[in-house]
Design a protein around this ligand. Sequence first.
Ligand code: G6P
Length: 369
Amino acid sequence: DAVELGQYRHYMQKEIFEQPQALASTLELIAGGGSISPQLFGSQAADVFGGVRRVLVLACGTSYHAGLVARYWLESVAKVPCTVEIASEYRYRDSVPDPDTLVVVISQSGETADTLAALKHAKSLGMTRTLAICNVPESAIVREAALRFITRAGPEIGVASTKAFTTQLAALALLTLALAKLAGRLPEAEEGRYLIALRHLPVAVQKVLELEPQIEAWAQRFAAKHHALFLGRGRHWPIAMEGALKLKEISYIHAEAYAAGELKHGPLALVDRDMPVIAIAPADELLEKLKSNLQEVRARGGELYVFADAGSEIAESEGVHILPMPEHYGMLSPVLHVVSLQLLSYHAALVKGTDVDKPRNLAKSVTVE
Ligand code: G6P
């Protein structure tokens, strides 16, 4: 183990730092002169994608959060209606099947019992257009799906998923662009811009990893807290959910995520000096809305920890701590913001002295119900 860990203390830390490489491998097909095409999802993909009118994503845990981000992308870029559902819910409820739906299952392991059963359930309802986004090529879920996209994160050992998540997002970005292109909604110039952003993504993630010392300093303050609230809006709301999941999984600090606009409908009642509020502040079209949500928190004495993109113009002040993130990264910005939250949880767990790679009561792969 010591050899494999190299310079790192834990697999989770190693896997967080492997993300630039994992993303580069996953995106290899579009490196250099590669372009967006259904072929990225296999030779049958053009047939399977043709006539798709909606997307249904089924997954569990962190993989479910990847699906939630993809919903924003699919609806805004490809204009395809998308539903994302927790696999264990979908498999047991009565739903209305639609054969023109592309069913996308997302799984790091490819063996999660609920996700596999949800895929079989969808097929039994007559939904044959199925795609598995998975990190393990010969897994049960991959074998069960008509199409596959294998993320190339490499083996993920830490129970808390990190590099599998960001590579799933890369795959889902490619899916979004492939469906957009098929539907005639991806002008060449725009495709070129997305390709540049995707090819540059490993370098952009590397820059976030360089923020580790500052994030570690923040984590020191968190470790003593019992609760934390994560806020985000739009495509960063699922990133807030993923940040909260990471924190509770490995540091055992109770964390909740809210869409920032929902604050006033409940969680604001919990905000006081003992409740750190972590906010994701990308410099996007929702920034001004988020800023007024942050003021609501400050007005109640809540202490804010804001991951703020350059250009967001949120200033440090009493009770408002800012961690400057690199330039806003457009559609792919969630990939950058989640990396900083992974580091925050990792360091909070270190301070607390928990078993980072094997948190209590949790399993890497849940193969039984
Ligand atoms: C477990 C793991 C999580 C993972 C989830 C889904 O709960 O601890 O990290 O997100 O299963 O796993 P999958 O392999 O299907 O992505």
